[in-house]
Design a protein around this ligand. Structure first.
Ligand code: GLN
Length: 535
């Protein structure tokens, strides 16, 4: 068996250059050559995980099948590679320190002074090598969050420096930088790149490959200049030019020969390594780019000012629209601003409505207004998590006639004096912390719409929530035409509701968006878009 190879992706000059996309693209290209690949993200912030972060901070909180609340880059990795990630794929500085401090409290350091080097760096290295330890992967691609030179990323860069020595040829560093175009001078400028490489070198790390983010093509001469200044071979200076869709990036990086340069530098004989099979991927990208007719979807949420807060939902919609040969036109609608008076104006022209996940009471009334409008006007509607919960409450209020139906999350007094449609299931939560997190099994009723969508009886989907449908109301809901069509059998929990008389009105307690990939778009999103375009 060949040793696992470790590739690090660092970033310089500015943040938001798309390190995650470059790392995922490289992962895809290596995977398409038949290698087993996993991507990892190291985040330099002190939060132990992003679970407690407001979505306005870092965008969506992604959830892995094993119930880890993770950085949204793991979503890119899964969407690109189609391989599940786990807790070990995302590590924060908070978790590194927490582990080291726990060890210190247990006395594991035998009275030694605990320091950044070697104790923190050892823990970082342990977390990197953990992924390769079982021999499951040929390549572990680790993205270092933040920008080189940040105080926070020092211990990570130092760990990379040490690993470079320990692993030799089995380790490689790709540095992503930015080459700005000065319009007045009509010139691309490489100085920021030179400086950021210098910052890395000052920390003892020499990058093997440079990927230059740019808005204009970088000439061979300029590449030669960068190579000269940065101690990198000219063939290892690649460009990543702006593209309309992130899904073009792997194809562009293939044209730049990123995978070839990586493999050659790591000692592979290219003549005996299969070429990357990107046929299916290219088919998807072409469908995405060539779709002419639009499908217009409204996404109702409380964090829409930052679209990254709904990253996986938006990407799932893009996958499913392309699958259905449609171009996605997305209306992001702030639920706080939606009400019974303006709902027809705002939603009158859309083909489908998604009511997004979310926590707390803000924007709730707008969600009720959107749901009632979708329900009464036969507009395809998908409620996700809080979206399914608000669907339940809206139905209880306006169809079953419980004017005071509510959820204890929205109104803590609900338990005592109004109809509690969504309740906190203490007995389940006591087992697993404060939320139901990760993948849980769900059984679909055979006579349901969801069964015809999934085409199977047993599914498994990821969760992230505290509240559950109150089973005391199942019978009444079903009598009135809202079928509880998916159940978690072990804990007797309602996972899916669907309105039998409606064209497509489905609420899911779980998050299908976490498992939609480029090659396998999620059936619920495919079905939703299909219904939206079916006039
Ligand atoms: N607020 C709801 C709960 O905790 C739903 C959370 C969500 O939408 N992810 O149950």
């Amino acid at each position: 068996m060949k040793d696992t190879k470790y590739i690090f992706v660092t970033g310089g000059v500015t943040s938001s250059l798309g390190k995650g996309i470059i790392a995922a693209s490289l992962g895809k290209l290596l995977q398409a050559r038949g290698f087993r690949v996993t991507n990892q993200k190291l985040d330099p912030y002190i939060n132990v995980d992003p679970g407690t972060l407001n979505p306005y901070e870092h965008g969506e909180c992604y959830v892995t099948v094993d119930g880890h609340e993770a950085d949204l880059d793991l979503g890119h990795y899964e969407r690109f590679l189609g391989v599940e990630t786990h807790k070990a794929n995302n590590v924060t500085t908070g978790r590194i320190y927490q582990n080291v401090i726990n060890k210190e409290r247990r006395g594991d350091f035998l009275g030694k002074t605990v320091q950044v080097i070697p104790h923190i760096t050892d823990e970082i290295k342990r977390n990197i090598k953990l992924l390769g330890a079982k021999g499951d992967f040929d390549f572990v691609i680790t993205e270092i969050g933040g920008t080189v030179g940040d105080i926070e990323s020092f211990p990570y860069i130092e760990s990379v420096r040490q690993l470079r020595w320990e692993l030799g040829k089995n380790c490689m560093i790709i540095h992503l930088t930015y080459v700005p175009y000065l319009a007045a001078a009509k010139e691309l400028k490489t100085k920021p790149t030179q400086h950021s490489v210098k910052a890395l070198q000052e920390q003892g790390v020499q990058p093997d490959i440079l990927v230059l983010r740019t808005e204009h093509n970088i000439s061979a001469d300029l590449r030669k200049k960068v190579a000269l200044f940065c101690n990198v071979e000219t063939s290892a200076v690649l460009q990543s030019i702006d593209v309309p869709s992130i899904y073009r990036v792997p194809l562009n990086m293939q044209m730049e020969k990123l995978d070839e340069v990586v493999l050659t530098k790591m000692g592979y004989d290219l003549d005996n390594t299969p070429a990357a099979d990107m046929v299916k991927w290219t088919e998807f990208v072409e469908k995405l780019e060539n779709a002419k007719e639009e499908v217009r979807i409204a996404l109702i949420g409380k964090y829409v000012q930052l679209p990254d807060a709904y990253k996986s939902i938006i990407e799932s919609l893009i996958h499913a629209s392309a699958y259905n040969n449609r171009k996605l036109k997305l209306d992001l609608i702030l639920s706080d601003k939606l009400n019974d008076e303006n709902v027809a104006l705002k939603l009158g022209k859309v083909d489908g409505i998604i009511v997004a996940p979310g926590f707390g009471t803000r924007g709730m009334d707008g969600k009720f207004a959107a749901l009632q409008y979708a329900r009464e006007n036969n507009i395809p509607c998908l409620g996700i998590c809080m979206g399914m919960q608000t669907m339940s409450v809206e139905f209880a209020r306006n169809v079953l006639g419980y004017a005071d139906a509510n959820s204890t999350e929205i109104d803590p007094n609900t338990k005592n004096n109004v109809v509690d449609i969504m309740e906190e299931q203490k007995n389940i939560l006591d087992l697993g912390g404060t939320m139901r997190l990760g993948a849980f099994k769900c059984k679909l009723k055979k006579n349901s719409k969801v069964y015809s969508i999934y085409k199977k009886e047993n599914i498994s989907e990821r969760h992230r929530h505290r509240y559950e449908f109150n089973n005391a109301y199942i019978e009444e809901f079903e009598k009135a035409g809202m079928l509880c069509s998916g159940m978690n059998v072990e804990s007797n929990l309602v996972e899916i509701i669907e309105l039998t008389s409606h064209k497509w009105y489905i609420g899911v307690q779980f998050h299908p968006e976490y498992s939609s990939t480029v090659i396998n778009p999620h059936p619920l999103f495919i079905g939703f878009i299909k219904a939206a375009i079916d006039k």
